[in-house]
Design a binder for this molecule. Structure first.
Ligand code: SAM
Length: 233
């Protein structure tokens, strides 16, 4: 019941199907495209304007694809990044090796180096620093083995990647109570991004005070959602 099956998504990047939850970790239309479009572009890039350092909370860490894409973005932009990834069920090293992201996604030596450093970090919740070669930036990743329902961080993050399994699989993770935890964890001008665009989910976000924007989704999906803590006029 607790295994994973590796499969190829439509952009050629791989994802996992979870036997435990009966769903896949990414969009079948393209795992890498989804990561880039929903989390890096609509979340990280959007929030990084005029900043030379940024903090991200990943709900949840899974394969680490959102994490590595964010590290690449920060590296390219010469921006410091503090990344915290929550995950109750870390993916085993053998499964990560089967995904073989560095060769499937054709990463160069620096990128592959960052990926292996990040995957080797312990699940002890402490920020661990990546070697950034000659760059004068700080990249840190804290991998926290924790249930999302136990998050109690306050005003700490510029961006939250809300990448839980879909409401059909885990309705308990898309409630008003969960979004209240996320709202509290964000800095005053923080943003939460998610691939999910369900009406009830957006109503639950609004109920805790988020300003909710509907954005174009990644290839294969019509819409996605960005929720801002700060209200816009
Ligand atoms: C859609 S996947 C995350 C995909 C991930 N961002 C990636 O790039 O691979 C959802 C993740 O939430 C984790 N998860 C499910 N329920 C959880 C819970 N209650 N608390 C913490 N993690 C949970 C699953 O193990 C899974 O890794």
């Amino acid at each position: 019941m607790e295994g994973h099956r590796v499969f190829e998504t439509q952009d050629g990047s791989r994802s996992l199907f979870s036997e435990r939850f009966g769903v896949s970790y990414h969009s079948k239309y393209g795992a890498w495209q989804e990561t880039q479009h929903v989390f890096v572009e609509a979340g990280l890039r959007y929030q990084s304007i005029d900043k030379d350092s940024i903090s991200v909370l990943d709900i949840g860490f899974g394969t680490g694809l959102n994490c590595i894409a964010s590290l690449f973005f920060a590296f390219q932009q010469n921006m410091s990044l503090e990344y915290v990834g929550l995950e109750a069920f870390p993916v085993p090293a053998k499964t990560l090796a089967d995904l073989d992201y560095p060769s499937i996604l054709d990463w160069d030596e620096d990128q592959t180096g960052l990926y292996h450093q990040m995957q080797a970090f312990d699940w002890d919740g402490k920020p661990q620093h990546l070697k950034t070669f000659q760059k004068n930036i700080s990249l840190s990743v804290a991998k926290r083995k924790q249930r999302f329902e136990e998050l109690s961080d306050l005003e700490q993050y510029d961006v939250i990647y809300y990448d839980a399994f879909a409401p059909e699989a885990q309705p308990e993770l898309w409630t008003v109570e969960m979004f209240e935890r996320m709202y509290n964890a964000l800095k005053p001008s923080g943003a939460l991004v998610t691939y999910c665009a369900k009406g009830q989910v957006k109503r639950n976000m609004k109920a805790v005070g988020f300003s909710v924007e509907r954005l174009k989704g990644p290839p294969g999906k019509r819409e996605m959602t960005r929720a801002m803590k700060e209200t816009f006029e």
